[in-house]
Ligand binder design. Structure first.
Ligand code: ZN
Ligand code: ZN
Length: 423
């Protein structure tokens, strides 16, 4: 696991702010679920995926319960959807969640056991229009953070009605080549043939091209949904490519699947992946409930943003308070409080830990502040404070403490705070 220090955190905040804004603009509400769930809840949804079978971060707690740090958000969100009564409210429940996820894999460069995701889930309605909506939301977010050029891939993987027959076709197609496939794929041919299509191993690639496409073998309902998604995504002006090899290995995924990938981070990597999961809730033991959603990897987004040399909002104080003297701490704290009260949002940093005028001015300059306010015993005694501009050329001035809020408001061009009404 890794720390995110303030300098990097500023980039994360850009991404999170854009996420919250775009989610709200589509009527999605934020929720938070615990990072710990019962391991069996997580295992019920993903026995097949690497993330769960091999990499689940599980442990027994002191009460002997078998728990897991969540590897993804959907299981917890769906649990909360029922436990919290959202299933009784207006449908669909439009939800988003930003937070850490966990996996327990072998440590390797650039992979961490704690990673962050932005998740969107729309639960309770099976309409393909909702698929288009969450896709549009993801595109809107990527656009909002300046990654609008990323391309999306789209596919449908049918449902319980049409997929079994397609899988038989797929197996029939692949069987003659079985010995030429790589080891895992030879097993997949019988256990999970859909995954043959997203194998990345070179020796398996030649066989994909001739494989039957599931979108040619959809039932009537899936076919209509597939057409509707494309029409709506087209209408939203979102560019995408149809990728017949884009699949999910778990049975509860139905119909629409989509992904945004990038080559900008070295090897091709997925930035966002999502799809419809109409069978998931039943798998968790609930009543049949449709849902669709996606997960976006925050680390990858941040890495892409770092490549762009964004102009980041700086976390720097506007005022740095220089305190030199025996009796200046109490008036200094009061002065800072007076300014913060007068101008909500004004960032005032107090020099703590002493130091000469020279040392403190150096710190003031390094802090990035616009102005240094200087309070020595002499100023404190006379009820004034010295004001020194740090970023522009102007003489130091002196201001009565009673009028400092107003003066600072004027110097910084602040509007609307109570400092402007001091007269
Ligand atoms: Zn393979
Ligand atoms: Zn179907």
């Amino acid at each position: 696991m890794r720390d995110i220090l303030p300098r990097e955190r500023a980039i994360w905040r850009v991404a999170e702010k854009a996420a919250a804004e775009v989610a709200r603009s589509f009527g999605y509400e934020e929720m938070v679920t615990p990072v710990i769930e019962h391991a069996d809840l997580i295992e019920r949804v993903g026995e097949d995926t690497d993330a769960v079978a091999k990499e689940l971060y599980r442990f027994d707690d002191r009460g002997g319960r078998n728990l897991a740090l969540r590897p993804e958000a959907t299981a917890g969100v769906v649990r909360a959807y029922f436990e919290g009564g959202l299933s009784q409210g207006p449908q669909p429940s439009r939800l988003y969640l930003i937070g850490p996820m966990f996996r327990y894999d072998r440590p390797q460069k650039g992979r961490y056991r704690q990673f962050f995701q932005f998740n969107v889930e729309a639960i309770g309605v099976g309409s393909a229009a909702l698929d288009a909506e969450v896709i549009e939301l993801a595109a809107g977010w990527l656009h909002g953070v300046g990654l609008g050029e990323l391309r999306m891939e789209l596919n449908s993987i049918g449902d319980a009605k049409c997929r079994p027959a397609y899988l038989e076709r797929l197996q029939a197609y692949y069987r003659p080549f079985k010995s030429q496939l790589h080891g895992d794929c030879q097993l997949r041919l019988e256990s999970n043939p859909l995954r043959l299509l997203d194998c990345k191993v070179a020796q398996c690639q030649p066989f994909k091209i001739g494989a039957p496409r599931i979108t040619d073998h959809l039932c009537e309902e899936c076919s209509a949904a597939w057409a509707e998604v494309q029409v709506l995504v087209d209408a939203a002006g979102i560019e995408y490519q149809l990728n017949p090899h884009l699949v999910r290995g778990l049975d509860y995924y139905t119909r629409t699947v989509f992904e945004w990938t990038t080559d900008a981070l070295g090897s091709q990597s997925t930035v966002c992946a999502g799809g419809r999961y109409d069978g998931l809730v039943a798998q968790l033991g609930g009543a049949d409930t449709p849902g669709v959603g996606w997960a976006m990897g925050q680390e990858r987004i941040v890495m892409l943003l770092q490549k762009q040399n964004l102009e980041l909002p700086k976390d720097r104080p506007q005022i740095y308070l220089v305190l030199v003297g025996e009796q200046v701490e109490i008036p200094g704290f009061r002065l800072a409080e007076q300014l913060r009260d007068a101008w909500p949002g004004l960032a005032v940093q107090i020099n703590l830990g002493g130091g000469s005028f020279k040392t403190q001015f150096k710190r003031a300059d390094k802090s990035g502040a616009e102005f240094a306010l200087v309070l020595g015993d002499d100023e404190a005694g006379r009820g004034v404070v010295a004001v020194k501009a740090l970023r522009r050329d102007s003489a130091q001035e002196e201001c009565p403490v009673a009028q400092i809020s107003e003066r600072i408001g004027l110097l910084l061009g602040l509007k609307g705070g109570s400092g402007s009404s001091h007269g």
